[in-house]
Write a protein that binds this ligand. Structure first.
Ligand code: UDP
Length: 328
Protein backbone atom coordinates (compact mmCIF):
# COMPACT_ATOMS: atom_id res chain seq x y z
CA UNK A 1 0.00 0.00 0.00
CA UNK A 2 1.26 3.52 -0.76
CA UNK A 3 1.64 5.86 2.21
CA UNK A 4 1.22 9.63 2.34
CA UNK A 5 2.68 11.81 5.06
CA UNK A 6 0.42 14.80 5.72
CA UNK A 7 2.09 17.59 7.68
CA UNK A 8 -0.41 19.92 9.32
CA UNK A 9 -3.06 17.25 8.78
CA UNK A 10 -5.01 18.40 11.85
CA UNK A 11 -5.49 21.87 10.32
CA UNK A 12 -8.32 23.19 8.18
CA UNK A 13 -7.09 22.27 4.69
CA UNK A 14 -4.95 19.24 5.59
CA UNK A 15 -7.75 17.53 7.50
CA UNK A 16 -10.07 17.77 4.49
CA UNK A 17 -7.56 15.74 2.44
CA UNK A 18 -7.47 12.73 4.80
CA UNK A 19 -10.68 10.97 3.72
CA UNK A 20 -10.08 11.56 0.00
CA UNK A 21 -6.58 10.06 0.40
CA UNK A 22 -8.01 6.99 2.14
CA UNK A 23 -10.72 6.68 -0.53
CA UNK A 24 -8.00 6.62 -3.19
CA UNK A 25 -6.16 3.77 -1.50
CA UNK A 26 -3.54 5.68 0.50
CA UNK A 27 -2.41 4.80 3.97
CA UNK A 28 -2.15 8.12 5.82
CA UNK A 29 0.27 9.33 8.49
CA UNK A 30 -0.50 12.76 9.93
CA UNK A 31 2.21 14.89 11.52
CA UNK A 32 0.98 17.90 13.50
CA UNK A 33 2.26 19.80 16.52
CA UNK A 34 -1.36 20.66 17.41
CA UNK A 35 -0.40 24.33 17.93
CA UNK A 36 -3.39 25.33 15.79
CA UNK A 37 -4.69 21.95 14.58
CA UNK A 38 -7.40 19.83 16.20
CA UNK A 39 -7.05 16.21 17.29
CA UNK A 40 -10.74 15.63 16.50
CA UNK A 41 -10.14 16.59 12.87
CA UNK A 42 -7.84 13.52 12.57
CA UNK A 43 -10.30 11.02 14.07
CA UNK A 44 -9.73 7.60 12.51
CA UNK A 45 -6.24 8.44 11.20
CA UNK A 46 -2.71 7.85 12.52
CA UNK A 47 -1.46 11.02 14.24
CA UNK A 48 2.21 11.57 15.14
CA UNK A 49 2.34 14.62 17.38
CA UNK A 50 5.52 16.60 16.87
CA UNK A 51 7.16 19.48 15.09
CA UNK A 52 8.55 19.55 11.55
CA UNK A 53 11.30 21.80 12.92
CA UNK A 54 12.71 18.79 14.80
CA UNK A 55 15.02 16.75 12.50
CA UNK A 56 15.15 13.73 14.87
CA UNK A 57 11.37 13.56 15.05
CA UNK A 58 11.08 13.68 11.25
CA UNK A 59 13.83 11.09 10.69
CA UNK A 60 12.02 8.79 13.10
CA UNK A 61 8.76 9.22 11.14
CA UNK A 62 10.50 8.54 7.83
CA UNK A 63 12.33 5.48 9.16
CA UNK A 64 9.28 3.94 10.85
CA UNK A 65 6.95 4.32 7.83
CA UNK A 66 7.62 3.79 4.13
CA UNK A 67 6.51 7.20 2.90
CA UNK A 68 5.80 7.54 -0.84
CA UNK A 69 4.67 11.17 -0.93
CA UNK A 70 4.40 14.19 1.36
CA UNK A 71 1.54 16.67 1.43
CA UNK A 72 2.90 19.68 3.28
CA UNK A 73 0.32 21.92 4.97
CA UNK A 74 2.02 22.67 8.31
CA UNK A 75 2.55 26.45 8.36
CA UNK A 76 1.55 29.72 9.95
CA UNK A 77 -1.09 31.28 7.74
CA UNK A 78 -2.44 34.63 8.95
CA UNK A 79 -1.57 37.56 6.70
CA UNK A 80 -2.11 40.12 9.49
CA UNK A 81 -0.04 38.21 12.05
CA UNK A 82 2.77 37.80 9.53
CA UNK A 83 3.03 41.59 9.29
CA UNK A 84 3.16 41.89 13.12
CA UNK A 85 5.47 38.93 13.72
CA UNK A 86 7.43 38.11 10.55
CA UNK A 87 10.11 36.12 12.43
CA UNK A 88 7.50 33.51 13.44
CA UNK A 89 6.55 33.12 9.76
CA UNK A 90 10.12 32.80 8.50
CA UNK A 91 10.85 30.26 11.26
CA UNK A 92 7.76 28.11 10.77
CA UNK A 93 7.32 28.34 7.02
CA UNK A 94 10.89 28.70 5.75
CA UNK A 95 13.32 27.30 8.36
CA UNK A 96 11.09 24.41 9.43
CA UNK A 97 10.02 23.93 5.81
CA UNK A 98 13.66 23.50 4.77
CA UNK A 99 14.08 21.01 7.60
CA UNK A 100 11.22 18.96 6.15
CA UNK A 101 12.70 19.09 2.63
CA UNK A 102 16.17 17.99 3.74
CA UNK A 103 14.70 15.24 5.90
CA UNK A 104 12.63 14.01 2.93
CA UNK A 105 15.72 13.87 0.71
CA UNK A 106 17.86 12.23 3.42
CA UNK A 107 15.22 9.51 3.56
CA UNK A 108 14.82 9.14 -0.20
CA UNK A 109 11.33 10.70 -0.44
CA UNK A 110 10.91 12.90 -3.52
CA UNK A 111 7.21 13.48 -4.22
CA UNK A 112 5.82 16.62 -2.60
CA UNK A 113 2.54 18.50 -2.81
CA UNK A 114 2.96 21.94 -1.29
CA UNK A 115 0.21 24.11 0.10
CA UNK A 116 1.06 27.44 -1.52
CA UNK A 117 -0.99 30.56 -2.00
CA UNK A 118 -2.09 33.36 -4.28
CA UNK A 119 -0.43 35.64 -1.69
CA UNK A 120 2.85 34.83 -3.48
CA UNK A 121 1.68 37.01 -6.41
CA UNK A 122 1.29 40.25 -4.45
CA UNK A 123 -0.69 43.07 -6.10
CA UNK A 124 -1.68 41.58 -9.45
CA UNK A 125 -0.89 43.43 -12.66
CA UNK A 126 -3.31 41.21 -14.59
CA UNK A 127 -6.65 39.62 -13.65
CA UNK A 128 -7.28 36.71 -13.69
CA UNK A 129 -3.89 35.74 -12.32
CA UNK A 130 -2.19 32.86 -14.10
CA UNK A 131 0.76 30.83 -12.84
CA UNK A 132 3.03 32.91 -15.10
CA UNK A 133 2.28 36.10 -13.15
CA UNK A 134 5.32 37.52 -11.36
CA UNK A 135 5.67 36.58 -7.70
CA UNK A 136 6.17 39.80 -5.74
CA UNK A 137 4.38 39.34 -2.41
CA UNK A 138 3.11 42.29 -0.37
CA UNK A 139 3.22 40.61 3.05
CA UNK A 140 5.63 38.33 4.95
CA UNK A 141 3.21 35.37 4.74
CA UNK A 142 3.35 35.53 0.93
CA UNK A 143 7.14 35.88 1.02
CA UNK A 144 7.60 32.80 3.20
CA UNK A 145 5.46 30.67 0.87
CA UNK A 146 7.34 32.03 -2.14
CA UNK A 147 10.72 31.28 -0.53
CA UNK A 148 9.59 27.72 0.19
CA UNK A 149 8.66 27.30 -3.48
CA UNK A 150 12.10 28.68 -4.42
CA UNK A 151 13.92 26.28 -2.06
CA UNK A 152 11.95 23.30 -3.36
CA UNK A 153 12.56 24.33 -6.99
CA UNK A 154 16.32 24.54 -6.37
CA UNK A 155 16.28 21.18 -4.59
CA UNK A 156 14.37 19.73 -7.54
CA UNK A 157 17.29 20.71 -9.77
CA UNK A 158 20.06 19.65 -7.41
CA UNK A 159 18.57 16.58 -5.72
CA UNK A 160 15.65 15.28 -7.72
CA UNK A 161 12.90 16.54 -5.40
CA UNK A 162 9.56 16.45 -7.24
CA UNK A 163 7.42 19.30 -5.93
CA UNK A 164 4.01 20.44 -7.12
CA UNK A 165 2.92 23.83 -5.80
CA UNK A 166 -0.80 24.35 -5.34
CA UNK A 167 -1.51 28.07 -5.08
CA UNK A 168 -4.85 28.41 -3.36
CA UNK A 169 -7.08 31.41 -3.60
CA UNK A 170 -9.48 31.81 -0.61
CA UNK A 171 -10.30 28.42 0.93
CA UNK A 172 -13.78 28.26 2.47
CA UNK A 173 -16.62 25.90 3.36
CA UNK A 174 -16.79 22.59 5.20
CA UNK A 175 -16.98 18.89 4.34
CA UNK A 176 -20.30 17.63 2.97
CA UNK A 177 -20.75 15.13 5.84
CA UNK A 178 -20.63 18.06 8.31
CA UNK A 179 -17.95 16.30 10.41
CA UNK A 180 -15.04 18.68 9.83
CA UNK A 181 -14.86 22.39 9.12
CA UNK A 182 -13.07 25.65 9.81
CA UNK A 183 -11.99 26.39 13.41
CA UNK A 184 -9.21 28.93 13.85
CA UNK A 185 -8.27 30.59 17.13
CA UNK A 186 -8.35 33.49 16.74
CA UNK A 187 -10.63 33.41 13.71
CA UNK A 188 -9.65 36.10 11.20
CA UNK A 189 -11.32 34.91 8.00
CA UNK A 190 -14.26 36.70 6.50
CA UNK A 191 -16.77 33.87 5.92
CA UNK A 192 -16.59 32.26 9.41
CA UNK A 193 -16.66 35.71 11.04
CA UNK A 194 -19.71 36.80 9.00
CA UNK A 195 -21.48 33.53 9.87
CA UNK A 196 -20.61 33.88 13.58
CA UNK A 197 -22.07 37.41 13.45
CA UNK A 198 -25.27 36.14 11.77
CA UNK A 199 -25.55 33.43 14.44
CA UNK A 200 -25.24 36.05 17.20
CA UNK A 201 -21.91 34.62 18.42
CA UNK A 202 -20.23 37.96 17.67
CA UNK A 203 -21.56 41.47 18.00
CA UNK A 204 -20.52 42.89 14.64
CA UNK A 205 -18.21 42.38 11.71
CA UNK A 206 -15.68 45.01 10.71
CA UNK A 207 -15.25 45.63 6.99
CA UNK A 208 -11.56 46.35 6.41
CA UNK A 209 -11.73 49.31 4.04
CA UNK A 210 -14.31 50.48 1.47
CA UNK A 211 -12.05 52.77 -0.53
CA UNK A 212 -10.42 50.13 -2.74
CA UNK A 213 -10.57 50.44 -6.54
CA UNK A 214 -13.33 47.79 -6.83
CA UNK A 215 -17.05 47.95 -7.74
CA UNK A 216 -18.25 48.65 -4.20
CA UNK A 217 -14.94 49.74 -2.66
CA UNK A 218 -14.37 46.53 -0.66
CA UNK A 219 -11.76 43.87 -1.43
CA UNK A 220 -12.56 41.20 -3.99
CA UNK A 221 -11.51 37.58 -3.50
CA UNK A 222 -11.90 34.26 -5.34
CA UNK A 223 -13.42 31.73 -2.90
CA UNK A 224 -12.80 28.02 -3.44
CA UNK A 225 -14.46 25.15 -1.60
CA UNK A 226 -12.28 23.09 0.72
CA UNK A 227 -13.46 19.78 -0.81
CA UNK A 228 -12.56 21.03 -4.28
CA UNK A 229 -9.11 21.94 -2.93
CA UNK A 230 -8.80 18.45 -1.44
CA UNK A 231 -9.77 16.90 -4.77
CA UNK A 232 -7.09 18.96 -6.53
CA UNK A 233 -4.51 17.45 -4.16
CA UNK A 234 -5.61 13.95 -5.22
CA UNK A 235 -5.34 14.90 -8.91
CA UNK A 236 -1.90 16.47 -8.29
CA UNK A 237 -0.68 13.30 -6.56
CA UNK A 238 -1.85 11.22 -9.52
CA UNK A 239 -0.06 13.65 -11.84
CA UNK A 240 3.21 13.36 -9.89
CA UNK A 241 3.04 9.58 -9.64
CA UNK A 242 2.29 9.37 -13.35
CA UNK A 243 5.66 11.05 -13.99
CA UNK A 244 4.45 14.68 -14.19
CA UNK A 245 7.12 17.38 -13.99
CA UNK A 246 7.46 19.74 -11.00
CA UNK A 247 5.17 22.71 -11.58
CA UNK A 248 2.61 25.08 -10.02
CA UNK A 249 -1.18 25.16 -10.31
CA UNK A 250 -3.60 27.89 -9.27
CA UNK A 251 -6.72 26.67 -7.50
CA UNK A 252 -9.67 29.05 -7.58
CA UNK A 253 -13.08 29.42 -9.22
CA UNK A 254 -12.07 32.34 -11.43
CA UNK A 255 -14.84 34.52 -10.02
CA UNK A 256 -14.45 37.42 -7.61
CA UNK A 257 -16.78 38.43 -4.77
CA UNK A 258 -16.43 41.62 -2.74
CA UNK A 259 -16.53 41.67 1.07
CA UNK A 260 -20.01 43.20 0.81
CA UNK A 261 -21.18 40.43 -1.56
CA UNK A 262 -19.89 37.81 0.87
CA UNK A 263 -21.85 39.43 3.69
CA UNK A 264 -25.02 39.55 1.54
CA UNK A 265 -24.58 35.87 0.68
CA UNK A 266 -24.22 34.95 4.37
CA UNK A 267 -27.40 36.94 5.10
CA UNK A 268 -29.25 35.13 2.30
CA UNK A 269 -28.09 31.64 3.33
CA UNK A 270 -28.69 32.19 7.06
CA UNK A 271 -31.85 34.27 6.73
CA UNK A 272 -30.34 36.53 9.42
CA UNK A 273 -28.81 40.01 9.30
CA UNK A 274 -25.04 40.50 9.69
CA UNK A 275 -24.31 43.66 11.67
CA UNK A 276 -21.32 45.49 10.18
CA UNK A 277 -19.18 48.50 10.93
CA UNK A 278 -16.63 50.18 8.70
CA UNK A 279 -12.97 49.92 9.63
CA UNK A 280 -9.59 50.86 8.23
CA UNK A 281 -7.82 48.85 5.56
CA UNK A 282 -5.94 45.80 6.84
CA UNK A 283 -2.23 45.99 6.07
CA UNK A 284 -1.05 43.63 3.34
CA UNK A 285 -4.43 43.23 1.55
CA UNK A 286 -4.36 43.55 -2.25
CA UNK A 287 -7.65 45.04 -3.63
CA UNK A 288 -8.51 42.15 -5.99
CA UNK A 289 -7.33 38.54 -6.21
CA UNK A 290 -8.97 36.35 -8.84
CA UNK A 291 -7.21 33.30 -10.23
CA UNK A 292 -7.24 31.42 -13.47
CA UNK A 293 -7.22 27.68 -12.75
CA UNK A 294 -7.32 26.73 -16.44
CA UNK A 295 -4.00 24.90 -16.07
CA UNK A 296 -5.31 22.68 -13.24
CA UNK A 297 -8.47 21.97 -15.26
CA UNK A 298 -6.51 21.04 -18.38
CA UNK A 299 -3.52 19.21 -16.94
CA UNK A 300 -5.09 17.65 -13.83
CA UNK A 301 -8.65 17.30 -15.15
CA UNK A 302 -9.77 19.17 -12.03
CA UNK A 303 -13.41 20.26 -11.96
CA UNK A 304 -14.71 22.18 -8.90
CA UNK A 305 -18.07 20.92 -7.60
CA UNK A 306 -18.83 24.16 -5.72
CA UNK A 307 -18.29 26.83 -8.39
CA UNK A 308 -20.39 29.58 -6.77
CA UNK A 309 -20.17 31.43 -3.47
CA UNK A 310 -23.65 30.51 -2.25
CA UNK A 311 -23.02 26.76 -2.40
CA UNK A 312 -19.72 27.27 -0.56
CA UNK A 313 -21.31 29.42 2.16
CA UNK A 314 -24.13 26.86 2.64
CA UNK A 315 -21.65 24.15 3.70
CA UNK A 316 -19.80 26.60 5.97
CA UNK A 317 -23.07 27.73 7.54
CA UNK A 318 -24.14 24.15 8.25
CA UNK A 319 -20.82 23.45 10.02
CA UNK A 320 -20.88 26.61 12.16
CA UNK A 321 -24.57 26.25 13.02
CA UNK A 322 -24.02 22.66 14.18
CA UNK A 323 -20.64 23.38 15.84
CA UNK A 324 -20.86 26.94 17.22
CA UNK A 325 -17.73 26.30 19.30
CA UNK A 326 -15.85 24.54 16.53
CA UNK A 327 -14.18 21.32 17.70
CA UNK A 328 -14.29 22.14 21.41
N1 UDP B 1 -12.07 40.96 5.86
C1 UDP B 1 -12.87 41.96 6.44
N2 UDP B 1 -13.21 41.82 7.76
C2 UDP B 1 -12.82 40.76 8.52
C3 UDP B 1 -12.02 39.75 7.92
C4 UDP B 1 -11.66 39.89 6.59
O1 UDP B 1 -13.24 42.94 5.80
O2 UDP B 1 -13.16 40.72 9.72
C5 UDP B 1 -11.68 41.10 4.44
C6 UDP B 1 -10.17 41.10 4.24
O3 UDP B 1 -9.65 42.40 4.36
C7 UDP B 1 -10.06 40.53 2.82
C8 UDP B 1 -11.26 39.60 2.69
O4 UDP B 1 -12.15 39.97 3.75
O5 UDP B 1 -10.20 41.57 1.88
C9 UDP B 1 -10.89 38.14 2.86
O6 UDP B 1 -10.09 38.04 4.03
P1 UDP B 1 -9.71 36.66 4.71
O7 UDP B 1 -8.97 36.98 5.97
O8 UDP B 1 -10.94 35.81 4.82
O9 UDP B 1 -8.78 35.93 3.65
P2 UDP B 1 -7.39 36.42 2.97
O10 UDP B 1 -7.79 37.14 1.72
O11 UDP B 1 -6.66 37.28 3.95
O12 UDP B 1 -6.70 35.14 2.69
Amino acid sequence: MKTALVTGGAGYIGSHCLKPLKAEGWDVVVVDNLSTGHKKAVTGFKLETGDIGDPDFLDKIFSSHTIDAVLHFAASAYVGESVQNPAKYYRNNVVNGLNLLTSMLRNGVKDLIFSSTCATYGNPTEIPITEKHSQTPVNPYGYTKMVFERMATDLARSSGLRPVFLRYFNAAGASDDGLIGEDHDPETHLIPLAIATALGLRGELTIFGDDYPTNDGTCVRDYIHISDLADAHMRALEYLRGGGEPTAFNLGNGEGYSVRQVIETVEKVSGKPVKVKMGARREGDPPTLIGSAEKARKVLGWQPKFPDLESIVKTAYKWHETNPNGYS
